[in-house]
Design a protein around this ligand. Sequence first.
Ligand code: ADP
Ligand code: MG
Length: 685
Amino acid sequence: MMGDINANIRGLRGIGEKKAQAFNKLGVFSLFDLISYFPRRYEDRSRLSHIALTLDGESVCVCALVADTPRLSRIRRGLDIVRFRAVDGSGAVDISYFNQSYLKDKFHRGESYYFYGKIQVSGSHRSMTNPVFEPENSPRRVTGKIVPVYRLSAGLSAKDISGAIEQALAQCIDSIPELMPESLRERLRLAPVELAYKNIHFPADEKTLEAARQRLVFEELFVLACALGRMRGQRSRSGGIVMPLGDIEEFWRAMPFVPTGAQRRCVDEALNDMCSGAEMNRLVQGDVGSGKTLVAAALVWYAFKNGRTSAFMAPTEILAEQHFDTLTKLLSPLGLRIVRLTGSMTAAEKRKARELLANGEFDLVVGTHAILSEGVEPKRLGLVVTDEQHRFGVEQRARLVGKGENPHVLVMSATPIPRTLALIIYGELDVSIIDELPPGRQKVDTFAVDESYRARLNGFIRKQIGEGRQVFVVCPMVEENDELPQKLKSAEEHAKELAQVFPELKVGCIHGRLKPKDKDAVMAAFVHGEIDILVSTTVIEVGVDVPNASLIVVENAERFGLSQLHQLRGRVGRGQHKSYCVLVSDSDGEDVRRRLRIMTRTNDGFRISEEDLRLRGPGDFFGSRQHGLPELHMAELGADAQLMQQAQTEAAALLASDPGLTFPEHTALRERVELLFSKNAQGFN
Ligand code: ADP
Ligand code: MG
């Protein structure tokens, strides 16, 4: 009989209203939801251990003979114990059960049982408390196999879940849709869908379980890759502006320095898009200081050669100013007319800028969100660049794109993330990576210290400033619900302290409660050298360039993630001065020490982000669903990187032959992809 996999779980034996509600809480409504409720882990009870060889703390399965008559003793009211000794050929173990007095008569001296549980070893004495058991010569249900462990919820036991899944599988195993095209399944040797669902819940053995897992992980990543690939396809097929003119060598020759190989490659990849007739949607990822601005400048020049204008948008005033200066220096000698448009300009200045844009008397506009305002209508817009992408929402990017007719889009991000993850997060964008720094860049020497170094640190700050340098000091954001006994310093308090320690120096402070305009003013004063020490929360994280700053001190460094620390460190070492990063933390937590140690050992942003991903997992890596990553049930991005790559390649190949997934053999796949879209309607960005 073919059961309906969309049937409600209420139809199952043993599931009444209460249990159904408990399942609903876990997101399980239909039989399909139920069989897709995968175990979190497994207990391997399939291997028998010799008692004498077991190690303290190990969970083991032993087969042992009850060696004495079980004794019941009452410790106090409400606490009794059944105890006996069991032996196998190798040794003995003392077994106790708490508050299950009926077990006294269940075990018989001289009979053998399987026991599964955690072993405790002290000296040569071994014991087990409340092990799972069954008689040696009865059908084995809870030992002798690999047993799934599910996430439970109030009102549901492991038995409830297993039992329900067993019924659901019996009813509908033959109607689970096979999403994977047969040829693909054969080529990659993926287990058939029935086998996969059966064994993920009730593994026959380790090998089959692994095959089941592989298949389901691949399926999950493949569906995701197809969903993202379709989004990308929908955007870029709609006719981009073809830009066939211009020799990029001419641009490189005009630059003050030779491009790195990586810069050259990124530009070539983008130029390919811009010549292809499709719309470019490209992310350029490069570590801090890798020279992303030059890549953008090359493309702006190229659009100019093709009679098109460009818009360059930065997330803050100060960054927009900096980009305006840099790009003017690089591009105006080549004949480009560059216009600035930021919120802090006067009304008259803005009007003037808008006019230039509307009349097409410009080649590049550089600015902030102000570019997005009503009435800003840049003529012949062919290229849109946004810097530091995590500060802009998709919607803002879309609005900027809407100012032209299908302009090419380049997004620049300084948050290096592992490539596999980039494939998912920026799935609708093509990705170029600048994995090389310009030559001669000095590494930032990094030290992790504790409070006992405070006096020396102050001396070091004084010395740097004495040599004409400037110093960043970063404090964690203090949340209202933080417990303060642990000496968390707010930026404001710390700035006051520093002002007392260094009465002769100018100390500035940027914190969350300042208005954006005031923040920018303090920042500008620092850029212009009017402030020696700038104390702030992480607002300085985004790519501000203060080449004269040679030291960054991070207070309570344990409060920052690895990638964040790396971003912060990137604020120094941008000029010709030898630069330093000091991470101050009194925490002696194991993983804090590990994080800080990684920082002191490497300056490579990609390595750091991989470590970060490993330490924290993808969820925390980006904060709570900030990037709209759909929840993955099977795949672990750190561990399944290779499968992700493979899923991506296969999805791309499949979409190339059937972009709309309209072939009859792709119907099941299309339905699943659409399900993913509907569940994450506003989730993707
Ligand atoms: P980021 O990728 O962090 O935005 P920038 O574009 O600000 O990096 O570049 C960092 C610094 O490196 C700038 O001062 C820039 O002039 C310099 N730079 C960029 N490309 C090169 C290169 N190929 N050779 C030497 N210096 C370069
Ligand atoms: Mg930059």
